[in-house]
Design a protein around this ligand. Structure first.
Ligand SMILES: [Cu+2]
Length: 425
């Protein structure tokens, strides 16, 4: 009788799981994690947390792990970019890096850099300052000489870490929280979401910093992991908006244009793709502070609000955008057009300027007149990707240009509607 009850219970549980989530064969055996770590935005780490991360990275550097990640990435680069492997490969790759760091300090989690907050003037971000990851390269070899990697000597051939900002001492504008919100709401398949993110937010940061970040051994730049963790966060949020269908959603093609399945292996490993798709299971024992906050535990985000630095009240950024003309809303924000939408497909809720990620705004001199009054409030167009880089990534130049055109159309539509981004100064 007891056995019958257990068997019935398991059957019911099985049906329940199957009803709620399309679980591919094999994935049901991936065990739930015993402990979950939380990945946070770099600027919201405590001094102790940042020190612990820096120490673990320095130890990994000394043991040549940074070189190894750069080398490994360069060997698989042509098959893990420009195809469906992009998001799942990098999720697994970041996890291997986090594993290595946890060998030095089991409490360390890799932080992310929410670069959307810095989209207007990336070079001004404190993340690219000496406290964190260092800035532009200097001298004949464009060596980064401050921050976490300021003294590094790297693969290949014992050289410094190099960066060459794409606009002299400046970096051209990146993609805004408004744009990412739009992509989250308009991407309904895995393949679409992957393409849209890889060729906008992802590429712009690599090309904005250039130097090592513009090559296929880019993991030698410590920005790489913080940037890719942010991309992984967006992927995790996109999945969590519709967990039943998106957790194991995997479509599109591989680098040889063969349709993919969740049974494929992560390139270079024997790990099946399905084993990395669900956070909190298997090796993926982590979540993000933004996801935790959206589920009700906002303490991590709310506690450290830099209140005195807020210059532009924006109690509900979503309400600002909801005032856009209905046609604009329907075209770029289909979820908002129907109602408030899911918090996780609204980057403007997860990273409102009230939150610590916007701490950089404190450094801005609000009393100084803006360089051009007419430009104040107008969102800049994001900087496009060069042809050769698109080809190196294995993507179609024409398709990327169409994606960029749509991004420019969105910025134009918002500017025409006199939308004032709360992420601009
Ligand atoms: Cu990569």
């Amino acid at each position: 009788m007891k056995f019958f009850n257990i068997a019935l219970g398991l059957t019911l549980l099985g049906t329940f799981v199957a009803d709620c989530m399309a679980v591919p064969p094999g994935a049901e055996f991936v065990p739930v994690c015993k402990k979950i770590g939380v990945r946070k935005e770099i600027r919201s780490l405590t001094a102790t947390e940042w020190q612990a991360y820096s120490n673990a990275v320095a130890a990994a550097y000394n043991d040549k792990w940074i070189d190894w990640f750069g080398y490994y990435h360069s060997r698989v680069a042509d098959v893990v970019h420009g195809s469906s492997q992009f998001l799942v490969f990098h999720r697994d790759f970041i996890n291997s890096y986090e594993d290595i760091l946890q060998g030095y300090n089991p409490d360390v989690m890799v932080p992310y850099w929410n670069m959307m907050v810095d989209f207007q003037n990336p070079a001004n971000s404190s993340v690219l300052g000496s406290k964190y990851l260092g800035g532009n390269g200097v001298g004949a070899n464009n060596c980064v000489n401050s921050g976490l990697a300021g003294t590094w000597s790297l693969f290949p051939k014992d050289r410094c870490l190099s960066r060459v900002y794409n606009n002299g001492t400046n970096i051209n504008s990146w993609y805004s929280p408004e744009y990412v919100t739009s992509v989250m709401q308009r991407s309904n398949t895995y393949a679409d979401f992957r393409f849209n993110i890889e060729n906008s937010v992802h590429g712009a940061v690599h090309l904005g910093l250039n130097g090592d970040m513009g090559t296929m051994h880019s993991p030698t730049d410590p920005v790489f992991f913080l940037h890719h963790v942010n991309i992984d966060r967006l992927y995790a949020q996109w999945q969590a908006v519709k967990p039943a269908t998106r957790t194991y959603m995997y479509d599109g093609v591989d680098s040889k244009s063969v349709p993919v399945t969740t049974n494929d292996s992560i390139i270079g490993t024997s790990t099946p793709v399905y084993a990395v798709m669900r956070l909190g299971y298997g090796k993926m024992c982590y979540t993000y502070d933004t996801i935790k906050a959206a589920k009700g535990d906002a303490s991590a985000l709310v506690k450290r609000q830099p209140r005195k630095c807020i210059k532009r009240p924006s109690p509900a950024t979503q309400q600002i955008i909801m005032k856009l003309p209905p046609k604009v809303l329907a075209q770029f924000y289909p979820s908002f057009a129907k109602g408030p939408g899911h918090p996780l497909e609204n980057e403007m809720a997860t990273i409102s300027p009230h939150q610590p990620m916007a701490a950089d705004a404190c450094a801005v001199d609000f009393k100084a007149p803006p360089p051009n009054e007419n430009m104040r409030g107008k969102m800049p167009l994001p900087s496009g990707l060069p042809d050769d880089w698109i080809k190196m990534q294995g993507s179609s130049v024409a398709q990327v240009r169409a994606l960029e055109k749509a991004a420019y159309d969105m910025v134009d539509a918002l500017n025409k509607a006199n939308y004032l981004s709360p992420y601009m100064v």
